[in-house]
Design a protein around this ligand. Structure first.
Ligand code: ATP
Length: 254
């Protein structure tokens, strides 16, 4: 966030988890500037999805503060739901609704005017190659097709911030390219992105900054240069190399 862009979103996750006596995440501070992409990284079970669920107000146990444009907001409040698009790793779909009906529902919930809705929906359905199946039931789609449905729903909203949980696994290369292009367009519009992934070469190309979590806390954060310094890696080291070294160091300390 040192590129001069306005800080769009800032959160201090003091405690987050599923039971108050056993918080999974403790004392994690994160921020996303307008047009910035932040990679939330960490080994399996580190707490990435828990952080995302916490920011969305979907956790039984949460203590923390959230700020939009510097102003404190309630987690899970109505203000937040219109500003954030969450693209989950596991698709969430209604059994008895067609793809088109899902989009109509999203448009109604987001008060998107009819004409804008039709234009956006058509563009996104074509972009992710689902226009020919728009009147079919997505619960019967393949895993990758269902993932594309979640992307289309997210992009329909045109939010200020995208929370994207593991977008790269399961999509075909053409869809990954379309996703990257769509994210570029959204960055140009000023939307921020917080994304989790284990595909570190994609994260390295896509993200401006990174937050590496380990065992529910922050192991390193900053630009790739900062991460290289924290990992004591050379200036040519990849994000993957730094990640392996940092998690190994953290393991040795626990
Ligand atoms: N619904 C739940 N109830 C209780 N504990 C949970 C629940 N979901 C996750 N956990 C626990 O919280 C911890 C962090 O899980 P989380 O899903 O946030 O990890 P992650 O970093 O997203 O992992 P991955 O990379 O494998 O997706 C794990 O120990 C996990 O067992």
């Amino acid at each position: 966030m040192d590129n001069g862009a306005e800080v769009l979103f800032r959160a201090h996750v003091r405690e987050a988890g599923y039971e108050s006596e056993d918080p999974i995440v403790k004392d994690v501070v994160l921020g996303v500037a307008a047009g910035e992409r932040v990679g939330l990284l960490g080994p399996n079970g580190a707490g990435k999805s828990t952080i995302m669920k916490g920011l969305l107000g979907q956790l039984p146990h949460w203590k923390g503060d959230i700020y939009w444009h510097g102003k404190e907001e309630d987690v899970g409040g109505i203000e937040m739901s219109s500003r954030i698009a969450y693209i989950p790793e596991q698709p969430i779909l209604y059994e008895r609704m067609t793809l088109w009906e899902h989009l109509v529902l999203v448009a109604a919930a987001g008060s998107i005017p009819e004409e804008i809705f039709r234009e956006r929906a058509d563009k996104l359905l074509r972009r992710f190659r689902l226009h020919k199946v728009k009147h079919e039931f997505p619960v019967k789609f393949s895993k990758g097709m269902q993932q594309k449905v979640m992307l289309i729903i997210g992009f329909m909203i045109k939010p200020e911030l995208y929370l994207v949980d593991e977008p790269f696994i399961g999509l075909d290369p053409g869809a990954v390219m379309e996703l990257l292009e769509a994210l570029d367009e959204e960055r140009d519009r000023g939307a921020g992105v917080l994304l989790t992934t284990h595909v570190l070469d994609s994260a390295e190309r896509l993200c401006d900054r990174f937050l590496l979590v380990y065992d529910g806390g922050v192991a390193a954060s900053g630009t790739l240069a900062d991460i290289r310094t924290a990992a004591r890696c050379g200036e040519d080291a990849s994000l993957f190399d730094c990640f392996v070294k940092l998690t190994k160091n953290a393991e040795e300390l626990t």
